[in-house]
Each structure stands twice: as structure tokens, then as C-alpha cells.
Design a binder for this molecule. Structure first.
Ligand code: COA
Length: 161
């Protein structure tokens, strides 16, 4: 699946693998610490990561590990959800505000459009998650009506509504 992997100005975007588990857990732990939440159970994180790797294993475009200067600094990308792309991102809190999620999300939207241009790209997040909403908007998505307590943003390829 190397053809689904990308490099941008600062980032290497490569498929996630189970060997990313230590970085995956460390990122979740760091994010939860900023919210004063207890760390994730390793088994819970492993299950989450396994579901990301399965997408790649069945041949689809899935979530990337985001590397900058040789280190994993986050996870994100698009993966199929029904007949749409779900856009997702999480970045190391020590590196927030550097444009990492935006740089990744723009590439994810472009790649999604190459792989299945007829699919909508959708991002759902809590309405108070202003950083995530900004990232999605900067990647070209537009906010539509909230659904079930979530802010919903979509990018419709030309000709599809
Ligand atoms: C959302 C998230 C991925 C943004 O990552 P990032 O690399 O910092 O994003 P960017 O630098 O590309 O830009 C996002 C914008 O939000 C701002 N921002 C970043 N972190 C923020 C925070 N904690 N609170 C408020 N604004 C924040 C950035 O400064 C930037 O805005 P600006 O350019 O006007 O200053 C990151 O905050 C994160 O990992 N959050 C936890 C996971 C999450 O909520 N994911 C979204 C679920 S879909």
C-alpha cells in the first residue's frame, strides 16, 4: 500500500502498524493528561490501533502515523465509514499549534479524492473542539448542522451533494 503513503513539506505520512503501539499509547496518555483524565488501558489502545491496521490490511486507504524529523508526532488521516471518508487526527500536545494536523488533513483530503472521488469527506467532533474544527475547515471542509451533539464538517467533491 506504499502508493497511499505521502510526504508533505514537513511530514512523512505512512500506514499505521501494530509496532506503533508504544507511540500510540504515549500520545493518548499525553492528550488525556492535558485534560486531567486517567491514562488509557493498554489493551483498549491496542484494540483501537488494531482496527486502524485492519483497514490497511484489507487494501483500503486508512489512518497514517504522522512522522516529523523521524519521530511519530501524531496519527490521522481518512478511512472508509459507510460510503464516506471519515477524517480523524490526534497530535502530540507538545507540538500543538504548529500546523501539523492541518498539513496532514489537507493531504488526507487530497488522497481521499484520488482514491474515491465520489465519496464525501466527513469530520465529526465536539462543538467546543475549536482546534479540530479549524483543522477541518482549513482542509476544505464546511460545517453543516450538528448531529447527535457533534459538530459535523463535510467536503463534497465537485458534482456531489
Ligand atoms: C485537534 C488537533 C489535532 C489540532 O492539532 P494541531 O497540529 O495543533 O493543529 P494545527 O496546528 O494545524 O491548527 C489548529 C488550530 O487550532 C489551534 N489549537 C491547537 N491546539 C489548540 C488547543 N488545545 N486549544 C485551542 N486551539 C488550539 C492552533 O493554534 C491552530 O489555530 P491558529 O493557527 O489560529 O493558531 C489537536 O489539538 C489534538 O490532537 N487534539 C486532541 C484530539 C482531537 O480532538 N482530535 C480531533 C477529533 S476528530
Amino acid at each position: 500500500m506504499a502508493h497511499f503513503e505521502r510526504t508533505t513539506e514537513r511530514l512523512t505520512l505512512r500506514r499505521v502498524r501494530m509496532s506503533d503501539l508504544p507511540d500510540f499509547v504515549a500520545l493518548e496518555r499525553a492528550l488525556r493528561a492535558t485534560e486531567k483524565r486517567s491514562p488509557p488501558a493498554e489493551a483498549e489502545s491496542a484494540e483501537y490501533l488494531r482496527r486502524f491496521t485492519e483497514v490497511w490490511d484489507r487494501g483500503d486507504l486508512g489512518c497514517w502515523a504522522i512522522e516529523m524529523t523521524g519521530r511519530v508526532v501524531g496519527f490521522g488521516g481518512v478511512q472508509p465509514h459507510g460510503d464516506a471518508w471519515n477524517l480523524y487526527f490526534r497530535v502530540d500536545p507538545a507540538r500543538h499549534g504548529l500546523g501539523i494536523a492541518t498539513e496532514m488533513a489537507r493531504e488526507a483530503v487530497a488522497t481521499a479524492g484520488e482514491v474515491r472521488p465520489d465519496w464525501v469527506v466527513r469530520c465529526e467532533t465536539r462543538p467546543w473542539n475549536t482546534a479540530a474544527i479549524k483543522v477541518a475547515e482549513r482542509a476544505g471542509l464546511t460545517r453543516i448542522d450538528d448531529h447527535d451533539g457533534y459538530a459535523v464538517l463535510e467536503f463534497h467533491p465537485i458534482g456531489r451533494r
